[in-house]
Design a binder for this molecule. Structure first.
Ligand SMILES: [Zn+2]
Length: 907
C-alpha cells in the first residue's frame, strides 16, 4: 500500500462478449457517460486492503488480522452482503495459523459467500514478478480456496498494485476471469475518462476493466450514519462514481488499508441509501458486483484500451519508482524465479515422467516461500528493514528448496541410487553431469564446477582423530570434452548424502571451469567421465587475450589506460567507443520515489588485468573506485568473451560505502532516439515516454526509468542492441541511445513528504537505514549488438537470453557408479516461440508445456517429447483442458497466433 495522500502507496483464447466497440489508443479519449438522470446501482462491498507486511512486519499485522476476522466470524455480514478479505488467500492462511480451531466456522462463511477471498495467493506486484510466478500465485490461491470448499469472486482484483502489465488480460482469460478491477495505473487524462473499458492484451485476449474511483479504493471508508453527513459524503463521491459509470453499475468499496469492518455499517448503509436516491445503493458482495458488471458490459459499447497500465498521473500516484529500491532483493528474486521455472520444474517434470517420482507438493512449498516475497510492498522494497530481512529469509528458503529439488530430480533422471553409491565407495566413477536448461539442443561453452578428492573428513565423537590419507588433488579432465579451461579453484568440503546414511564428508579441490562440450539434448542431460586429461580440439572462434584486448573474432573488447571500453562487432562492422559509462548521482528520494540530483561521486579507474586468456573464455577485469570525503564505492567490472559467442558478458561486483545516491552502469549503443522494447510478462512491450501536463507532473512526476525483466532492446535504422540483466530490475534508455541499468539505490526513508516528484507521504514515515544498501552489490549483464527488429531478430534476442542467463552447466558427481546415456528432454520448434514452462500439472496427471509467440505474426510450432505422447490437449493457463490435439509419436504440432500464449497438456 500507501493512503491518499497515503493510499496504499501504496491458453485458451477466451473472448468476452462485446456490444458495439471502438478502439482507443492510450492518447485518445472516448466518452459515453451515463446520462445524469439514469439511476446507477451502487454495490457497497465492505473490505480491508491487507498489506501483509509494510510499515509493520507480517506477524504484527497478523495480530490485527486475527481480531478483524474473529469479529466477522462472531458477527457475520448480513445476508446478501459480504466482507472481502482483499482477494488473497495468504490472509486466511495467516489467520488459520493462529486460530486453526476456527477453520470450520471460516469455511462456512466462505462457502456461503459471507466472506470473500481469492483468486490470488498474495496480492502481488505485477510488474516485477514474471508471468509464470503470477500463474503460480493464482494456481496456489485457487487450490487453497477449493480445499476450503469455496470459490473466488470471478474477478482479477488488483486494488493497489503499482501499475499493470500489458498481458494481464491474458492472465485473467487464462483463469476464466472476464473482469479485472484495479485502481493505480489507469485514470490519467490519456485514458478514456469512464470507469469501464475493454482491455486487450498483445495476444488479442480481452477482459473488461473496471476502474475503482480515481480517488482510490478507500473512497468509501467509514461511511457516516448521520443523514446530513451522508448527504455531504455522497456529494463528494457522486461525480467520481456516477458521472463515470459506463455500465450503470458501480463498486463502492467500504474500507481501507488494514481497516476492520466499520461498527455502525447498517445505519451507515441506510443513510447512504437515502442520500443517494434515486441511485440504488446496497450492501453487496464482490460476487454480486461482478455478475452485474459482466452482464451489463456484454451489452454495452465500450472503448478498448491496450498496453501497460502505468499512467494514473494527475489522479492517483502510479508509483513507478520502486524498481531499484533494495535492488539486490529484486535481483535475487528474479534469479530464484528463473531457477524454479526454467531450471527446476522441467527436471521435476521429466523425472516424474520417466521415474514416477512426483515432487509437486515440495515444489509448491518452494513457490510458497517465493510468492510470500511478491506482495507489492514487499518485492517493491517500500517496507521497513525488518520486512526486508524477512524477505531475505524467504528468498534463502526458496533458493535452498529449488536447488535441492533440482539436484534430486537430476539424480532420479540419470538413475543414480544414493544409498547404493554410499555403500560402495570403492566403485565410484566420478563424472560431470551437464544439463541443458533450454528447450533446444545446445553445445559449446558450459560452466562447470568439478570436484576432485583430496582427503576424507571424519565427523563425530567416535571418529578417529588420527591422520587421514591425503592425495594430491589435481584439476580433473573430462572425457569427450573438446577443451577445458580452469577459471578458478579452491579447497572445499563436499558431502555425499544418502537417505539411510550419515553424509560422507571429503575435502575436495573444487574447480570452476569453462568447457567446450558436444551437443546436449534440449532439456537434456549428458554425463562426461572424469579422466586425467581432456583432449584439445580446435574450437570455432576461440576466445583469446592479447595486447589489443580480448576477442573471439566475432566481438573484440579492449580497455585503454583511462578505462575506456571499446567493443567492436565484426558481423555488423560496428564499433562502440567508450561503451561503458558510469552514472552516479545524489538521490534524496524515499523507497517509493527517486529524487535524483547532481553528480555525486566521480569514478576513478584503477587499472585492468587480463583474467582469462581463452580458449573457451577470455576476460579482462577493470577496477574502479568512487570516493569523496568518507564515502567510497569500489567496483570491479569483468568483461567476458566466450568462444563463438556474439555477446559480451559484463559482470560487476562492488562494495557500496556511500549514502543517498544512485549508481548506474550505462551501455552506449550509439543508437540515437531509439525505439525501445523491453521484456515483460509474456513477451516484450514497446515503451515510450509520457508527456504530462504541468499539473499532472506536479502531482507526481514519472521517473525516466522503467521496469526491466531479462532484457531491453533499442533499435534505430537497421541496427539494434540488447542489454541483458540477470535480475536487476530497472533501466533507462535515453535519447542518445545509452541504456542504463541501476546497480544500487541508496535511500533511508520509507516515505518523505517533501519530494517535488511526489509531494506528500506515500507511506507511514519510517527510518530505513538498511535501504542504503551498504556493503556488497553485484550484477551479471551482457550486451548483444544486432540488426533491425524482425521476427528472426526477436527470436535471436530470446535465444541469446537463454545463453546469457541459462547457460549449459553442471557439477561433478563423484559417487556415480555408472555413466548413463544422454537423457532426452523436451524440445520446442518455431521462430520466435519462447519456452515459458515445462512442468507437471497441479493434479499430477499431465505434463504442462507452455510457450509464447513473441512475434506479431502467426507461427507454426512443435514440441517433441522424451517419450511417445498418448494424449494431448490445448489448455488454459489454469490447466483447464480445451480442445484435443493430435500427437504424432512423440511430436505435437500447433499453430500459434500472433503474441499468443499456448498451453498444452500431454501425457
Ligand atoms: Zn497495498
Amino acid at each position: 500500500m500507501a493512503r491518499g495522500p497515503i493510499r496504499c502507496g501504496g491458453g485458451g483464447r477466451l473472448k468476452i462478449p462485446r456490444g458495439r466497440e471502438d478502439t482507443v489508443n492510450h492518447d485518445t479519449r472516448a466518452n459515453a457517460k451515463q446520462a445524469d438522470d439514469e439511476p446507477v446501482t451502487v454495490h457497497v462491498v465492505s473490505h480491508t486492503h491487507w498489506d501483509r507486511e509494510w510499515y509493520l512486519p507480517a506477524v504484527r499485522f497478523r495480530q490485527m488480522l486475527v481480531a478483524l476476522v474473529d469479529e466477522l466470524i462472531d458477527d457475520p455480514p448480513a445476508a446478501g452482503s459480504s466482507f472481502l478479505l482483499d482477494a488473497q488467500l495468504s490472509v486466511i492462511e495467516d489467520y488459520l495459523a493462529v486460530k486453526p480451531e476456527r477453520e470450520f466456522a471460516l469455511r462456512e462463511l466462505l462457502a456461503r459467500g459471507a466472506l470473500e477471498a481469492g483468486p490470488w495467493y498474495v496480492l502481488a506486484d505485477e510488474l516485477i514478478p514474471g508471468a509464470e510466478a503470477l500463474v503460480r500465485n493464482l494456481l496456489l490461491g485457487r487450490q487453497m480456496l477449493s480445499r476450503l470448499g469455496a470459490a473466488a469472486p470471478p474477478v482479477l482484483y488488483c486494488p493497489d498494485s503499482f501499475g499493470h502489465p500489458a498481458a494481464l488480460p491474458t492472465l485473467a482469460a487464462g483463469f476464466g476471469l472476464q473482469l479485472i478491477v484495479l485502481s493505480r495505473g489507469f485514470g490519467g487524462s490519456r485514458w478514456p475518462s469512464d470507469d469501464a473499458v475493454r482491455w486487450a492484451a498483445p495476444s488479442g485476449e480481452e477482459a473488461y476493466l473496471y476502474h475503482l474511483s480515481r480517488k482510490g479504493y478507500d473512497i468509501g471508508e467509514n461511511l457516516p450514519a448521520d443523514a446530513n453527513a451522508a448527504r455531504e459524503r455522497w456529494a463528494s463521491m457522486r461525480d467520481d462514481l456516477v458521472t463515470r459509470a459506463r455500465l450503470g453499475v458501480v463498486l463502492l468499496p467500504n474500507g481501507a488499508d488494514h481497516h476492520a469492518r466499520q461498527t455502525n455499517l447498517d445505519s451507515a448503509l441506510a443513510a447512504l441509501h437515502d442520500a443517494a436516491l434515486p441511485h440504488d445503493t446496497r450492501g453487496s458482495s464482490l460476487h454480486a458486483f461482478a455478475r452485474d458488471a459482466i452482464a451489463r458490459a456484454a451489452t454495452r459499447a465500450l472503448p478498448t484500451v491496450q498496453g501497460e497500465l502505468r499512467d494514473s498521473y494527475g489522479s492517483m500516484w502510479t508509483l513507478q519508482g520502486t524498481f531499484a529500491t533494495r535492488a539486490h532483493q529484486k535481483r535475487r528474486n528474479a534469479r530464484i524465479e528463473r531457477l524454479l521455472t526454467r531450471d527446476t520444474e522441467p527436471w521435476l517434470a521429466l523425472a516424474y515422467r520417466s521415474r514416477g517420482v512426483n515432487r509437486g507438493a515440495l515444489l509448491r512449498a518452494a513457490w510458497r516461500s517465493l510468492l510470500l516475497c511478491h506482495p507489492h510492498d514487499t518485492v517493491c522494497g517500500c517496507s521497513t528493514d525488518e520486512v526486508a530481512r524477512a524477505m531475505d529469509a524467504r528468498l534463502d528458503e526458496a533458493d535452498t528448496q529449488g536447488v535441492g529439488l533440482r539436484g534430486d530430480a537430476l539424480l532420479d533422471l540419470i538413475g543414480h541410487n544414493a544409498d547404493a553409491a554410499r555403500e560402495s565407495r570403492d566403485r565410484w566413477k566420478p563424472m560431470a553431469v551437464v544439463r541443458n536448461p533450454a528447450a533446444r539442443p545446445r553445445g559449446g561453452v558450459a560452466l562447470l564446477r568439478l570436484t576432485a578428492f583430496a582427503s576424507d573428513v571424519k565427523v563425530g565423537a567416535n571418529a578417529s582423530p588420527g591422520p587421514v590419507e591425503t592425495v594430491k588433488a589435481t584439476v580433473p579432465g573430462l572425457g569427450g570434452v573438446g577443451a577445458l579451461q580452469l577459471l578458478g579453484k579452491v579447497m572445499a568440503h563436499e558431502r555425499t548424502e544418502a537417505p539411510r546414511h550419515y553424509p560422507d564428508d571429503d575435502i575436495v579441490l573444487a574447480c570452476d571451469v569453462a568447457a567446450w562440450i558436444p551437443e546436449v539434448p534440449a532439456y537434456g542431460v549428458r554425463c562426461f567421465p572424469h579422466q586425467s586429461r581432456s583432449r584439445r580440439e580446435l574450437l570455432p572462434n576461440p576466445a583469446r587475450a592479447d595486447a589489443g584486448g580480448i576477442s573471439n573474432g566475432i566481438v573484440t573488447v579492449s580497455v585503454d589506460d583511462d578505462g575506456h571500453v571499446r567493443i567492436a562487432h565484426a558481423p555488423s562492422d560496428r564499433t562502440l567507443d567508450d561503451c561503458l559509462v558510469w552514472d552516479n548521482r545524489t538521490d534524496i528520494g524515499d523507497l517509493y520515489t527517486p529524487s535524483i540530483r547532481d553528480d555525486k561521486l566521480v569514478a576513478r579507474f584503477r587499472g585492468s588485468t587480463v583474467l582469462h586468456k581463452g580458449p573457451v573464455r577470455a576476460a579482462i577485469e577493470m577496477r574502479w573506485s568512487f570516493a569523496a570525503g568518507r564515502e567510497r564505492v569500489d567496483a570491479t567490472v569483468t568483461l567476458i568473451v566466450d568462444a563463438n559467442a556474439s555477446f559480451v558478458r559484463v559482470h560487476l561486483s562492488g562494495d557500496n560505502g556511500a549514502s543517498d545516491h544512485r549508481l548506474r552502469l550505462g551501455f552506449t549503443t550509439g543508437l540515437k532516439q531509439p525505439r525501445v522494447f523491453a521484456d515483460a510478462m509474456f513477451g516484450p512491450v514497446q515503451r515510450e515516454r509520457l508527456t504530462l501536463t504541468p499539473a499532472e507532473a506536479a502531482f507526481e512526476t514519472p521517473p525516466a526509468t522503467d521496469p526491466l525483466h531479462r532484457y531491453v532492446s533499442v533499435f534505430s535504422g537497421n541496427a539494434g542492441a540488447t542489454v541483458y540483466s540477470d535480475g536487476l530490475g530497472e533501466y533507462e534508455a535515453d535519447e542518445k541511445g545509452v541504456v542504463y541499468v541501476t546497480l544500487v539505490r541508496s535511500v533511508s526513508e520509507l516515505s518523505r513528504n517533501d519530494l517535488p516528484e511526489r509531494p506528500g507521504h506515500a507511506g507511514w514515515p519510517t527510518h530505513t537505514p538498511e535501504a542504503q544498501c551498504h556493503g556488497p552489490f553485484a550484477a551479471e549483464l551482457a550486451l548483444l549488438l544486432h540488426g533491425a527488429r524482425t521476427d528472426a531478430m526477436v527470436d535471436e534476442i530470446e535465444r541469446t537470453a537463454d545463453d546469457v542467463l541459462l547457460p549449459l552447466t553442471g557439477t561433478s558427481l563423484r559417487s556415480a557408479l555408472s555413466r548413463p546415456e544422454p537423457i532426452l528432454g523436451v524440445m520446442l520448434y518455431g521462430t520466435g516461440l519462447a519456452c515459458s514452462t515445462v512442468t507437471t500439472s497441479q493434479d499430477g496427471k499431465w505434463t504442462v508445456l507452455r510457450c509464447v509467440n513473441l512475434t506479431e505474426a502467426a507461427q507454426q510450432g512443435a514440441w517433441t517429447l522424451d517419450t511417445m505422447v498418448s494424449e494431448a490437449r490445448l489448455a488454459r493457463l489454469d490447466e483447464t483442458s480445451l480442445d484435443t490435439l493430435e500427437a504424432i509419436g512423440n511430436r505435437l504440432e500447433f499453430a500459434a497466433p500472433p503474441r499468443a500464449v499456448i498451453t498444452i497438456l500431454i501425457r
